[in-house]
Design a protein around this ligand. Structure first.
Ligand code: C5P
Length: 397
């Protein structure tokens, strides 16, 4: 399976003759399982039509920052959050210079500013423009800030010059894009993740549960696999497909999750508790369906075991990461929870904000460890998962 499977790639096309190769690049990315959306700069439209790129990508092509229709649907901020990767191909000298100074004068440059996604640039320009000191300085500045440089290749140019400045071929660019999602930072490590809600039976047909979608835990499993780890996902009932290359164990109750987690955590290097475990279960679930004969029904609840605390108390405990979904004094409560549960790292998020967290595709968190704290601003859960896994890998190494 390609590491681009299900990845959301925003292809930025700038105004250069190499823009004709962007059409084939869409196909090369799609073959690898990526969902590709295209944003063009105004100048790009002089080299290739939006219609061509729309037909190939299967989505309308965006080219204007001030597009009233788009703001209602996939506005520039939504598009910025949507992407896992922004691949600018071709990236002209002019566009690279805009990025270097942080200009947001068109949709594409604004998206690059507004997005926490990975940014990759495939330069394409005349060899003299590429060699120009200012271009070289701009490129190294962007690389220092984390942008990945793909190319350029050297050879004959459309203008007749010979030298470095040609855009890489679409196949080469697709391979480079794949490599961006493959890192071996957790290779040889075993990661156990809990995800989703638990269901605590009341009787044979009813249960107590919560709104957890499982998205965060599943995204963490996917990111850990991409980082080279062997991954076990212990999941409560979710509407999500199990990520590829992950050993998935389906459970229902907190007690079942507890049993599986302790068995697997014993051989794990990292344990991540992303599940929204029910704090209580029905003390004695009814064997038969409860009839609605009385006006009130009293259920006696008993506390569930704290899975993550028990994992953290193991003699040979893995690196333990928990989540703290809070509605007020988010960071303070999370700090206290980390100490109380004896966790190496806690990920705090504000669930009073309805647009992030439970059931949403996005989240914004603060990572809290003994050594310090780090804020990861709002981004899609898949991207967030990648950042969290990289953070864990950096700590482990
Ligand atoms: O105590 P609280 O539910 O706020 O703690 C959240 C963290 O603890 C999450 O990482 C969650 O997966 C974990 N947890 C657990 N077992 C429980 C309750 C919470 O592992 N019974």
């Amino acid at each position: 399976m390609s590491s681009l499977t299900n990845k959301r790639i925003l292809l930025g096309v700038c105004g250069g003759i190499a823009a004709y190769k962007s059409a084939e690049l869409i196909r090369k990315l799609q073959i690898r399982g990526a969902d590709v959306r295209v944003v063009m700069t105004p100048a790009a439209k002089a080299f290739i039509t939006p219609l061509t790129l729309q037909a190939l990508s299967g989505h309308s092509v965006r080219d204007s920052l001030l597009d009233p229709d788009a703001e209602g649907g996939m506005g520039h901020i939504e598009l910025a959050r949507w992407a896992d990767l922004i691949l600018v191909a071709p990236a002209t000298a002019d566009f690279i210079s805009k990025l270097a100074i942080g200009e947001g004068s068109d949709l594409l440059s604004t998206l690059c500013l507004a997005s926490p996604a990975l940014l990759a640039l495939a330069p394409a320009m005349n060899q003299q423009m590429w060699a120009a000191q200012i271009t070289q300085e701009n490129v190294s500045l962007l690389e220092q800030r984390g942008a990945a440089l793909c190319g350029p290749a050297a050879g004959e140019q459309a203008c007749g010059d010979v030298g470095p400045g040609r855009m890489l071929e679409p196949e080469e660019l697709a391979v480079k894009a794949e490599a961006l999602f493959e890192c071996a930072e957790l290779s040889g490590k075993t990661v156990v993740i809990t995800a989703g809600p638990t269901r605590e039976p009341i009787d044979p047909v009813r249960y107590i549960s919560n709104h957890s979608s499982g998205k965060m835990g599943y995204a963490l499993a996917e990111a850990a696999v991409e980082a080279g780890a062997k991954v076990y996902l212990i999941t409560g009932p979710c509407q999500l497909a199990g990520p590829e290359r992950v050993s998935v164990e389906q459970v229902e109750t907190a007690a079942q999750m507890h049993k599986s987690a302790l068995a697997l955590a014993a051989k794990a290097d990292v344990f991540i508790g992303a599940a929204a475990v029910a704090d209580y279960r029905i003390a004695t679930p009814a064997k038969e369906k409860i009839k609605k004969t009385d006006n009130t029904l009293t259920l006696e609840l008993t506390k569930n075991p704290d899975i993550i605390s028990d994992v953290a108390s193991l003699e040979q405990s893995p690196f333990v990461v928990g989540f703290a979904a809070e509605t007020n004094h988010v960071v303070e409560h999370a700090r206290e929870k980390r100490l109380r549960k004896n966790l190496d790292l806690i990920i705090a998020n504000d669930v009073s904000d309805q647009s992030i967290g439970f059931n949403s595709d996005d989240n914004a968190v603060t990572l809290i460890a003994e050594s310090g704290e780090q804020v990861l601003g709002r981004r899609n859960k898949r991207l967030l998962a990648r950042d969290i896994i990289q953070h864990i890998a950096a700590v482990l190494s």
